[in-house]
Structure formats: structure tokens, C-alpha cells
Design a protein. Structure first.
Lengths: 549, 549
């Protein structure tokens, strides 16, 4: 078997069926192996940044995503997307086509190099934004492939695999074909000890609560956490990034209590958290946006148990050497039933009659989206702007996946990411909510939705500029303006046929049945320029203050 | 004066009137200072990669360009463009808005960071692709601003200036306002010695020739080299990258002999170079594409004098410590007249009648463009694909600027670069030649052409895919296909009103008057999928062989 075929086989073995990227002359030979294999499909994006976002969106659904670029020009264009995957623990394997070994070894100034060719120039750029990076040689390839893939599987961070084009045709031995990753599970010698401390504390507690974070999805703990919730019937809140992290519909419907993010929590949640005498926090991440701008709040930290990939913290004591999977299994067997401790979360009712005749506005719009547009099992992709901060406080239908970038917050991310989601989960409906400013960054990728007739509905929030920036600073400064496009004609020119334009709530209500249909479409929604969702205003005021500190 | 105002003043002092970028919350305060100043205009691109290309195109016309991005997400998206500026010695000052010093110093995991915040994460990515990089602090800002700007002015490489947002409002003293860059000229103690050796060799020679490279433009030697040519009346060839580097129309018209690039030279040039007993090579760069794929050729290197930014090589001996400006001045005073040594270059005649009724084809098309479309003083921007390799062999009108990326060869570069050219030189007509595959990477930036009604004509070569990749490898492989857009409707949706679609030569001839008019427009030209310009085929065969070596 040739190395090229082996790499494709490896990709397939990692559970990846589609890979994203852009052809370039140092990866063309690798693309031949993909074509030949018939096992993995090539999805050609319009550019590499978009490809990196698509691979990220794909990996969030599929566990792992693969991105293929060419040396220098291609890989550097993808750096922002790969860094976003790092920030959000999304496992993207970035395969970079390098010039031939003889060119690299002799530092020959070929095209797609800086002229002052140094073979590690670009690898160095990726070191801080990947879990592991390598350039293969004839001598190192066995252990290096093992090392970077194992690192990706353990840390969930992106990995960088540079392959000189001539090596792809090298014959490799059968032993290597059977190579097994030296993927090492976390130690687990303390599971019982720590499990017993947690059980004792929890079982004695009167008002326990669970706070769930996004790493439950990233580290593959969804089913074990759901088991704990099912066994204990415990009610739970999530962080902002943990939005909709529990995909079990029954549990999500009955046990979800809202979002805890200190000052940005949904109604009633802060009081519940303050009352609680045992908070089990799982897979949460501390960032400015996720934790309410690091706002102070009255939680008694002695009552908090924090379970993270590398450690468990109980009160002030930190334990390591624990397999989180096994600990959660142990907990599901040893924690007591704690049913209906807090009042159940009700569904908001919206009186549509009061909205008739009115123009669209942010405050009223998002609850309607939550109630009327989003359905169970949808994948909801929310751009870090009006869309994200409009949707976060809503009680969304159970069983959805919620895709966003609260930490990295790269505008333009969601359009290509939604494409990745749709390709990874072809049976689900993908709803993308994105503002016009963000849309312009990666807009050409609408082309891919049309090409594959993906089940993606684009809700384009047209409010004439960078609204999240206006909210933070300079609401009327010209630098926050963008040039007005004819967005529907734009989408049409790229092959989208189903188009709607909506300015008023009546038009919106009239169009709801059509919006809820399957299939590629774009719905343009007009809002006032300085109309912000309430949470966005609240958060951006805090960010503006931090910038001056 | 506040630091923010000082930076804007500095930008202005560097001769920059427009800066390119995308707003992001860590640079918004800096954008206020730009707005306030009324001295420098903000040009908001659709995304940061496009902005970096525009800043590069601007800098090629203007000497220096400025790019403004936000920390993490913004700057990384621009990495490919900045690396291209490095490869081509284009001076782009990359100003990056950083979070407040207190956030950086305390490693707080704010948004637009990796969570595991390390303040130099992204700076490290830019170290290999910039001449100098820095993050300002309250203590270092005087010497650091001096250091990175001086480096940029000397090396012509891009510079990276990270500014924590809170520092912008810091008052700085008047002394600093008057700060003079410690820009150090090259040493010049050997100008006379080396100048005399060159003069003796040249004046004795019977068949001298000059070979000119792109660094003549980058290092500001155009006028001194032109003086040498005027004084000696010497005939000259250029490398591929040096295409149209002499902008003096009289000299360009009478003394230009064609391109020397070994196997890819234009007709007759190799023989002249082989005959020559004294070749003066100025500002040339050795890369695979520029030198004819490193092809071997029969030049006697003992007769070659090579003048480069840091050194002069005469035969086998290398001299340093020379100011190239002064050396060229010395040469213009001491070299003898060497008029009409080689037969003058004739203009190709095209018989339009033979083309009537024919579909467009690459071989016949580019000579027509050279004769009928491009006019003196135009800026011609050629994408590294069919456009570049179609135009390079043509004898183009005198006085044009020729913008391309032969070394870095990042597809998609030229559309935003053409915008930069048009903004830097508003009185000149910009002609952009770009293929459909490349166009898709950065297509949304057409928006900026419409917004400012720039004098840019886009000639879109629609040949249904990545033609340069097809020529190198896999002509019929699906990965070289792209999704067909309605390009004219696309351009219209972004505000371009003047549109043409052309399939046959008669249509082309009929439309020529309209094409030659000033103003923003797009002309779509249809070619056969596997029709390559002859030079592209020749070069790509060699690249394919190198990939297998």
C-alpha cells in the first residue's frame, strides 16, 4: 500500500467520510488518492478559511473533521479557522501538501514559499494553535503519524500533518497498515475514591444542581452525563457555551432550568444556584463571555464540584488521575434520585396579535424563532452577533444541536460551519442565523449550499452593518457601516432558488410554513440599525469597559 | 498628543493616505483616531485576507501600505496576505488591535483568544512572515515603534505592530512626536571601488545587456536605473517578475528587448544573453517560476554583474557595504554610451480577419489584449494563472505597472490587490485579469469597487475550474472543477452596473470601445476548459516533474 492510500484509510478509520479544502499544486497528488479510494468524498470550498470553518462545523457533529490545504498560501489562509477549533476543542486534522522532500531538504525557493525558504516557517505559525504538528519524512512517518493523531484524540485540539508530495507514492509495509494508535486513556486509579466523595456530598444535599458545559459534547461525555441525569432526575442549567449540550429530548424537556452565566443568567437561575448546597459543574470553560464577563456573584464555592477533562475539583481540593468517563459511570450508579427540586421551567407565550402591523424588532423576534421556527432535532447555527445573543436566552426545543463560537467569536464563521454540519448530518435540518456584516466575510460559500442542495436555511439579519461592534463601540461611526448588497440576488447568482424578503411581523407569520420546509433557502430579515437584542447590549457594555481598563 | 493620534500621524508621515482593514472590538478605538484625524481614510474590506491583499496592492503603487486587524481572529485571517507581502518585498505595516494591557499581563481568557491565553501566541505566527514584530507597552513603545518601522523601511518586508487598546489614550510627550526614525542607509564606503570595476568591465564590453528585476520597484531604484539606461542607451531584458519594471515610457518603448527566464524566455532573448560579454543584473530574484524552473542555460557567469539590495556580485566575487542608490548614480555618470547593439523589438501584427467567427482561445486572445485593450499608463493586474502566463510573454505598452504574485502565487490575490492599486492611483485605469477559480476565493470584494466606483475593469476568464491546477495535474479530476456561478448577476448584486459577456472574437472586437472606457465594470470571457496559454503549459509541465522528484 502507498502512503497516500494509507492516509486516506486512516481518515476513513477516524470516522470521517467527507474532507474539506481547496486544491493546490502540492496537494493534488493527495487528492488523487482521495478520488481513487471511493471511501472518502472531497468537498472543495471556495477558499481555505471557509474550508477550515466547514471542517470545524463537520467535526462538531462528527467528532473529527479533516481539512486539506496546500503549502504556504493555502494553510496560512486557514489559520484563523484552525485557531478557532483549538479554542473550542474541535478535533480538526489539517493535512498540508508540502513540496517534495528534495525541495524541502535543499531549501529551494519554489513558488508558494517566502523565497528565503525555511521549511518550518509555516509549521511555526501553527504550533501555538494546534495540539501537535509535524512534517513527515521517510524516516519519521510511522511515529509522527501516531503522535499527532493520538494527541488530537486525547486533547481534542487540531493537529497538523505536513506531507511532502513525493512521499505519497512511497510503498509502506503491511505492519504499518495495521498500526494502532497509541491513544492513552486518562488514568483511572482514583475513580472510586473521588466518586465516593462526590456521592456522599451529593446524596446528603437538599438542593443539588448541575451546571453543564460545552466540553461534554467535545469530549464525548454526552451519553454518560445523560445517564447521570436520567438516574438522579436532577435538574440542570448550562453555561452559555453549553447551550443545548444535552441532546436527549426527554431529559432536555423536563430537566433543563436555563442558563447560568452570572449577570447574564436567564430568569431565576442565579437564585437557584445561590440556594444550591451542591453544584456539580461538568465540562465548563471560563471565558469573559461564558462566565458573564467574569462578574462576581454569590455562589458558595465550597459546594461546587467541578469535573474537567484533566482534573476534578471538590471545594478547594483538586484531584487528577481520573478517567472522566468512568467517574461519570460511577456517579450514575451511586447518586440518589433528586426529583423536582426546583419549579419547572415554563414556556413563554407570545401574543402574535400585538405584533401585527409592526416592523421586525430584536426583542420580539427571537422568542418567536424559538417557538415557531426551530424544531426538535434541528441544528441551529448562530453567528456571534445579534443571532447568538438573541438566541442564547431562549428556551429552545429539545434535541437540537447549537453551534456557535462564543470564545473565539470570529465573524463569518457560521456560514461555512453550517455547511459542515449539513454534510455531517444530512438527515437534519440546519438553520443558520447570521447578520449581514458577518455574512460578507465568507459569503461566497453559499455556492456550496447550492451545489449540494444542502438542507440549510439562511436567516440573514440585515441591519446595515456590524451590529455587535456598534453595540461595543462607535454605534454611528462609519467604520461600522458596510456596503449594502442585494443579498437575494447575490444568493440567486450562486444558485439558491428559494428566496424570501421580510420586513414586518405579519409577513413573517404568513411565511412561517414556507420557512419551515426542508431545502436550501435564504430569508432576508430587515431590522433597524441600532436595534440590539437585550443580552447583546448588556454584554457589550461590559466588553467596552474592559477595553478601557 | 495621545498615542493613538501619534500612530495616525506616523501613518500619514509614511506617505499613506488610506488604510485597509476590518473593524473588531480591539481596534475600534484606534479607528476613532483615524476618523478624527481627517488625514487618513479608512477603507473597510469585506474580510481581513482581502484587506491584506488590498494593502499589498496599495503598497506596490504607494511604497507603503497599512493594514488594521483585530487580535486573533482578524490578524490570523490576514496571515497569507502578509506572507505574500514578505515574499515580494512589499512594505505593509500591519497594525493589530490588542486587548488592554491589564488583560494581556494577567493572561485573562477573553474572547478572540485561545482560552489558554498566552500573549505571544499570534505574534509567533507572524515572526517568520514579517521583517520585525512587536507588541507595545507603556515602557517600550518609543524604541519599539522606531525599531519595527526602521526595519520595514530598510528591508521592505512587512512589519507587525500590536497595540493594546488602552494605550491609545495615553498622553505622550512632545519629544516623541518629533521622533525621527533611526533609518540607517546601507554603508557606502565601497561605491567608488565597485563602481570602477563595473565601469571598466562595461565600457570594454562589446555586447553589454541589462537584466532587470522586480526589486528595482520595491527598493525605490526605478529612477536611478532609468538614468543609467538613458545615459548608456543600453538595451535591457527583464525577468518574469520584473515585467514592465521600467515605467519611463521613452526608455521602455525603445530599449526593452523581452523577457529572460531561461527556457521561458521570449523569442531571441536567450541568444542575446548568451552572446553578451557583460550582463548587468539589477534587483533580480531567483525562484522556480522566475528563473525558468531553475533550468540550465549557457550564460557565462564570469560576465555577469549582479546588483542586489545587500550585495554586488561581479563574476565570482561578492562585495557588500554598498549603497545601491549611490552605486547606480555612480554608474550613470561613468558608463559609456552603448546604443542599438541588438536588433529592435518589433510589434506583433494580428490579423483580426482570421479570428472572425471563432470562439475565444488563449493563444490568440492575449496578443490582442496587449495590442488593443491595454493602454500606456494602465495598471495591469494579472492573477497567477491563465492571465499571468498569457500576459507575461506579450510586449505590453510602455509606462504600465504590472502587478502579480509569481513567487507567492496565492490564488485570489489580484481582485483585492487591484482595489488597492486603484485607491493608491485614482487617476489611472486598473485592468484586472482573473480566472473564475481564483475569483471565487475573494469574490465578495467586488463590493468595494462598486462602493467607491473605482476605475477597475474586471476581465473574468471563465473556463470552468482551476486551470492552472489542471495544467499541473489532473486535468479532468473533479477536484479541479468549481461550481458555476452567474458571475454577471453576482457582480450586479454587489453594485456593478456595467457588464458584458463575450464568447467569440467578433463579439470581443465589437465591444472593444466599450471595454476601453473608464469606470467600474466586469467583462466575462468564456474559454474552453482545457485551453491553456502556451507558457502556462510549458511551466506547469516542469512543476509537475518537480513534485515527483
Amino acid at each position: 500500500m502507498k502512503l497516500g492510500s494509507f492516509i486516506v484509510k486512516l481518515v476513513k478509520q477516524l470516522g470521517v467520510k467527507q474532507v474539506f479544502g481547496v486544491p493546490g499544486d502540492y496537494n493534488l497528488r493527495f487528492l488523487d488518492f482521495i478520488e481513487e479510494s471511493k471511501k472518502v468524498d472531497w468537498i472543495g470550498n471556495c477558499n481555505e478559511l471557509n474550508a477550515s470553518y466547514s471542517a470545524d462545523g463537520y467535526a462538531r457533529e462528527n467528532g473529527i473533521g479533516v481539512l486539506v490545504t496546500t503549502h504556504g498560501v493555502g494553510e496560512l489562509s486557514a489559520a484563523n479557522g484552525v485557531a478557532g477549533s483549538f479554542a473550542h476543542n474541535v478535533s480538526v486534522l489539517h493535512i498540508v501538501g508540502y513540496p517534495s522532500s528534495s525541495i524541502i531538504d535543499n531549501d529551494i525557493p519554489v513558488h508558494h514559499t517566502l523565497g528565503n525558504y525555511k521549511k518550518n516557517n509555516f509549521l511555526e505559525a501553527f504550533n501555538p494553535i494546534c495540539g501537535a504538528t509535524t512534517i513527515l519524512t521517510e524516516l519519521n512517518y510511522i511515529e509522527e503519524i501516531n503522535r499527532v493523531i493520538s494527541n488530537m484524540l486525547t486533547t481534542k485540539k487540531p493537529a497538523y500533518l505536513g506531507i511532502p508530495t513525493n512521499l505519497l507514492d512511497m510503498e509502506i509495509s503491511e505492519d504499518i497498515e495495521d498500526m494502532i494508535f497509541r491513544f492513552k486513556n486518562s488514568d483511572d486509579y482514583r475513580v472510586e475514591e473521588v466518586g465516593n466523595i462526590i456521592s456522599a456530598k451529593f446524596n446528603q444535599s437538599k438542593k443539588p444542581m448541575m451546571l453543564l458545559g460545552v466540553n461534554i459534547a467535545r469530549f464525548g461525555w454526552r451519553s454518560v452525563v445523560t445517564d447521570v441525569l436520567r438516574k438522579t432526575q436532577l435538574q440542570f442549567t448550562t453555561t452559555l457555551m453549553g447551550k443545548s449540550v444535552i441532546s436527549d429530548k426527554e431529559i432536555a424537556r423536563s430537566n433543563y432550568m436555563g442558563i447560568y452565566a452570572a449577570d447574564y443568567s436567564t430568569d431565576g437561575v442565579v437564585a437557584h444556584m445561590q440556594e444550591s448546597d451542591c453544584i456539580i459543574s461538568i465540562g465548563t470553560v471560563e471565558t469573559d463571555l461564558n462566565t458573564g464577563g467574569f462578574s462576581e456573584h454569590d455562589i458558595n464555592y465550597d459546594n461546587v464540584i467541578t469535573i474537567r477533562p484533566q482534573s476534578v475539583k471538590i471545594g478547594k481540593k483538586v484531584y487528577t488521575g481520573i478517567s472522566v468517563d468512568k467517574l461519570l459511570e460511577y456517579m450514575s450508579e451511586n447518586l440518589d434520585l433528586k426529583k423536582d427540586i426546583y419549579p419547572r421551567l415554563g414556556q413563554k407565550n407570545i401574543d402574535k396579535n400585538t405584533l401585527k402591523g409592526k416592523k421586525l424588532n430584536q426583542k420580539d423576534f427571537w422568542p418567536i424563532v424559538a417557538n415557531e421556527i426551530i424544531k426538535e432535532d434541528d441544528i441551529v447555527v448562530a453567528e456571534a452577533g445579534s443571532a447568538l445573543f438573541g438566541l442564547l436566552p431562549q428556551n429552545l426545543p429539545a434535541g437540537i444541536d447549537f453551534v456557535s463560537q462564543i470564545l473565539w467569536a470570529s465573524i463569518g464563521y457560521t456560514l461555512p460551519a453550517a455547511i459542515g454540519s449539513a454534510i455531517a448530518a444530512p438527515k437534519r435540518r440546519v438553520l443558520l442565523f447570521i447578520g449581514d456584516g458577518s455574512f460578507q466575510l465568507t459569503a461566497q460559500e453559499v455556492s456550496l449550499i447550492a451545489k449540494y442542495n444542502l438542507n440549510v436555511t439562511i436567516f440573514l439579519i440585515n441591519n446595515d452593518g456590524y451590529t455587535i461592534e456598534r453595540a461595543i463601540h462607535g454605534p454611528n461611526q462609519p467604520y461600522n457601516d458596510i456596503y449594502m448588497w442585494d443579498y437575494l440576488q447575490f444568493a440567486k447568482s450562486l444558485g439558491i432558488k428559494n428566496l424570501m424578503s421580510i420586513k414586518r411581523f405579519d409577513e413573517f407569520f404568513d411565511g412561517i410554513d414556507k420557512m419551515r420546509e426542508d431545502g436550501a433557502k435564504m430569508i432576508e430579515l430587515f431590522f433597524e440599525k441600532l436595534d440590539y437584542p437585550p443580552l447583546l447590549k448588556q454584554i457589550s457594555d461590559k466588553l467596552a469597559a474592559a477595553n478601557q481598563s
